[in-house]
Design a protein around this ligand. Sequence first.
Ligand code: FES
Length: 281
Amino acid sequence: MWEYTDRVMDHFENPRNVGVVPRIDGEGQVGSLSCGDALRLTIQVDKDKDLIEDAKFQTFGCASAIASSSALTEMIKGKTLDEALAITNQDIAEYLGGLPREKMHCSVMGQEALEAAVANYRGVPVKSAQGELVCKCFGVTDVEIEKVVKTNRLTTVEEITQFTKAGGGCGQCKPGLEELLAKILHQQVAASPDGSAKPTRMTALKRIKLIEEAINTEIAPALMRDGGDIELVDVEGHEVLVTLKGACASCPASKATLADFVTERLRALVDKEITVKEFHA
Ligand code: FES
C-alpha cells in the first residue's frame, strides 16, 4: 500500500478540472490504457495574451495519476504558455507534498501531456516524441529519458523505471537503458567545471525536501522490513542528522547501515556530497 500525502488524497478524492475545456485550442494525450495509465489534457488559450485561460483533464489510472493531473491543471491555469512549459514533474510532485518514488511516473505523465498540448496548440512537433524509441512496452524515447534523468538527477535504471515505466515490462530494454544512463551521466560529469556530477543547482529547501522524501518513501520502508526505522532530525548543509529506531537502534551493525545504505541511497537520490550522522539526544 502506498503512503500518500493529504494533498494527494484531496486531489484524488476531489479532482479539480475534470473533463474537456469548452473550446479545445490544444490537446495532449500520453500513456495508453494498455500500459495502465492514460491522460488527456485539453487547454483553452487566450491568444492575445498567450496564456492558458482554462485546462481540463481526463485520466485513467491510479490515485497519484488522478492527483497529478488535477494538480497540473490548477498549476497551469492563468500562466503563459512559456511559464507553464517551465513546470517540471518535480514541481507537480512538490505541489502535492511529494509522491511515492514508484509513482513519480504520474508526475512525468502530467508534464508530458502539458508539453504535448502546447505543441499541439503551436502546431509544432513534441520534442520528447522525436527521439529514438528505447522501451517498446511503454513507448519511451531516449529524449524523454534524458530529460527525466537530468530533471530528477536519477542515477539508476530502477529509478528510470519508477519515473517513466521504461524497463518495467518485458525488461528487454534494460541493457539499452543502462547504456543510455551511463552516457547521460558521463556527459553531465564532463560538462561540470570541476568534472564532478552536479547537473543542477539545488536550493537548501529543495535538498531538505528531497532528503525527507528519500527517507520517507525508500529508506525508512526498507529498514522497517527488518524491524527498524529511521527519523530525520535535521539537515545542515550537506550533513544529515538522523535517529535510528526499532531494531536499528540497538543493532551492532547500525554504523554500517548508516554508511553503506542510508548514506549511499541519499547520495544517489539527492546529492553526492551528503554525509549522515546519527543523532543522540
Ligand atoms: S521494451 Fe522496455 S520493458 Fe519491454
